[in-house]
Design a protein around this ligand. Structure first.
Ligand code: MFK
Length: 549
């Protein structure tokens, strides 16, 4: 019998060596000596991500976390076993400093960019192990900004350890059955026992990475008022010296659309001992550093998943033959991929620009204007890149035809996992409103965004980029004019348009940042690829103010 036709599977090579966008960006923003110092770590992570880890990920596809609530003798144990891939991912994440790099600060303000690059390479081959890492990073930052020396001394060495035996991950237990957005509705109560120890009573409805060694969580000290201000931020060590959960019951694991490796659980806290991180009030404000770091991770993860989908789709296009030639020789197929590549590149520059500002803040070098800009960019970047990731993942699957719809190619997980990015850590709508609030009632913060775009445009001398630069400027002007008018009309009008407004700002900022990089790349590397992506991104549509779909 003749050999039947088989489609060739896509392949990956070293994901750092192969990444023009990341390498070119790092050449622009890092001093050459910093780049040469960190490059071996990136190259090693790229090799793992495109090689051994990727193969392990494919082999681990059907494994999921398992909750065992009772042992054979009737003892309640609530043990969660994660998949083999996750166990390896934890060791690699610790030993390669995927969290620690940001705290060791070997390269000052550039350390956050280094760490984000490691996270970006690591994420797509580890099935959302980025979730516990994001929360671990967020917990480290929150404890540091709390100034609680006792907790810092207790937890920081573990959260930022490179020794897998010492490394802790942290949970972020916020969401209750009252909902994930309006955290001020939290029903968990905090009460002091006779010994003066705070104990928590309540039900946490969506706790990711439940097998972490610690968690930061919110509860309302008895007698406190309603809302987020009446909550307090608590530190919980989940297990006692004998490894038993401290008055925590794991009721069940969630049956989710994606992120299937993440052991997201429903918990009951039944007198769980906890330590106040700061005062007995203002829990929402006090946990905000956690939200902002996990939102940065969300954006980096969004770019990373887009990049993975495109790396596979571009490779496949070289191999797959139909209608007499490879897909890479088909103008319509390459045009489709170019549109997606443009989305990914724009998102990349937005996410990493945010990481740069976080690094400047962490190095203690941030000025007032940059701090306000960072506060605004974080929700805008998170919401913009998350929506892009969902759209790109959907198209990536289509670029494989039926193979993209078949589970054992591993491709459908890209879409399912991307879908969470616009939901957790603040939905698109909630973050649009957050950005509006952070901008101030009269929209004063908009000037900071205009200034950021103007700084980019100033650096663009290449005539072929002037349309893209103007498109970014015009979109921001349009958004500003809309906001001005809407504020005069009614609060309802402002709120109804907040998502279109936020996405317009997000896409305009992304375009300006990408075009600025494209101009640099053309001048210093003689490379036109970023320029083509900037031109394409401008055509994809930036101004959504009048897009009412
Ligand atoms: C791949 C990596 C991804 C990471 C995976 C993590 C998995 C974890 C899964 C989850 O836990 S998902 C649940 C995440 N939940 C959220 O992100 C909550 C979404 N909702 C919001 O963000 C709301 O805007 C918010 C709860 C904050 C609104 O609550 P409130 O009670 O109306 O608070 P308000 O009045 O807006 O803010 C209270 C204070 O906090 C204010 O300060 P002041 O008291 O000084 O005025 C705010 O300015 C401050 N604040 C709020 N958000 C802030 C912030 N400050 C800085 N940055 C922020 N982002």
């Amino acid at each position: 019998m003749a050999q039947p036709f088989n489609q060739p599977p896509p392949q990956l090579c070293n994901q750092y060596a192969d990444d023009r966008v990341l390498r070119s960006y790092l050449r622009r923003v890092l001093p050459p000596e910093v780049l040469s110092e960190i490059e071996p770590s990136l190259s090693e992570m790229g090799e793992l991500a495109g090689g051994g880890l990727y193969l392990m990920q494919l082999a681990d596809r059907l494994n999921e976390p398992v909750l065992t609530q009772w042992d054979a003798w009737g003892e309640r144990v609530d043990r969660i076993e994660v998949s083999p891939l996750w166990r390896v991912a934890e060791r690699i994440a610790a030993s390669r400093g995927v969290v620690a790099t940001a705290y060791e600060r070997a390269h000052g303000r550039h350390s956050r960019v280094h760490q984000s690059a490691l996270a970006y390479l690591f994420t797509p081959s580890t099935d959302i192990y980025s979730c516990p890492l994001a929360m671990t990073d967020g917990a480290a930052r929150t404890l540091l900004s709390s100034g609680n020396e006792e907790l810092i001394e207790r937890a920081l060495p573990h959260l930022t350890s490179r020794d897998p035996a010492q490394f802790w991950t942290s949970g972020q237990w916020m969401t209750e059955s009252t909902g994930g957005s309006d955290v001020g509705l939290t029903e968990t109560v905090a009460r002091r026992d006779e010994a003066g120890v705070w104990r928590l009573y309540g039900r946490k409805w969506f706790t990711s990475a439940t097998n972490s060694q610690m968690a930061l969580t919110l509860a309302r000290p008895e007698g406190n008022g309603a809302g987020g201000a009446g909550l307090a931020l608590f530190f919980v060590e989940t297990r006692d010296e004998r490894g038993r959960l401290r008055n925590i019951h794991v009721n069940r694991l969630k049956d989710k659309l994606g992120t299937r490796k993440v052991p997201t659980a429903e918990l009951t806290l039944d007198g769980t001992p906890a330590t106040l991180v700061r005062e007995t009030t203002d829990g929402v404000r006090n946990i905000a550093p956690m939200l902002n770091i996990t939102r940065l991770w969300n954006g980096i993860s969004a770019v990373a998943l887009m990049r993975r989908g495109l790396a596979l789709a571009f490779d496949y296009a070289q191999r797959r033959t139909a209608f007499g030639s490879t897909l890479s020789e088909k103008p319509l197929h390459t045009d489709t991929l170019s549109g997606l590549q443009a989305e990914m590149e724009a998102a990349f520059h937005f996410a990493f620009r945010t990481a740069e500002l976080v690094g400047i803040e962490e190095a203690g070098e941030i000025n007032e204007e940059q701090a306000k800009l960072l506060r605004l960019l974080t929700p805008l970047m998170k919401l913009t890149t998350a929506r892009q990731a969902v759209a790109v993942a959907s198209e990536v699957l289509e670029a494989f035809g039926g193979a993209g719809y078949v589970e054992d190619t591993g491709l459908p997980a890209l879409l399912r996992d991307s879908q969470v990015l616009s939901i957790w850590e603040g939905t698109t709508n909630v973050l649009s409103l957050d950005a509006l609030r952070a901008m101030g009632r009269d929209g004063a913060g908009l000037e900071l965004i205009q200034a950021e775009v103007a700084r980019c445009v100033q650096e663009i001398k290449e005539p072929r980029l002037s349309r893209a630069a103007h498109a970014a400027e015009r979109a921001i002007e349009h958004a500003a004019a809309w906001l001005n008018q809407a504020i005069k009309n009614s609060q309802d009008e402002v709120e109804a348009g907040a998502r279109r407004f936020a996405l317009t700002l997000g896409r305009a900022l992304s375009l300006a940042l990408l075009a600025r990089h494209a101009a640099w790349s053309l001048e210093h590397e003689g490379d036109e690829q970023a320029l083509q992506s900037a031109q394409r991104f401008a055509q994809n549509g930036v101004d959504l103010i009048f897009n009412f779909t």
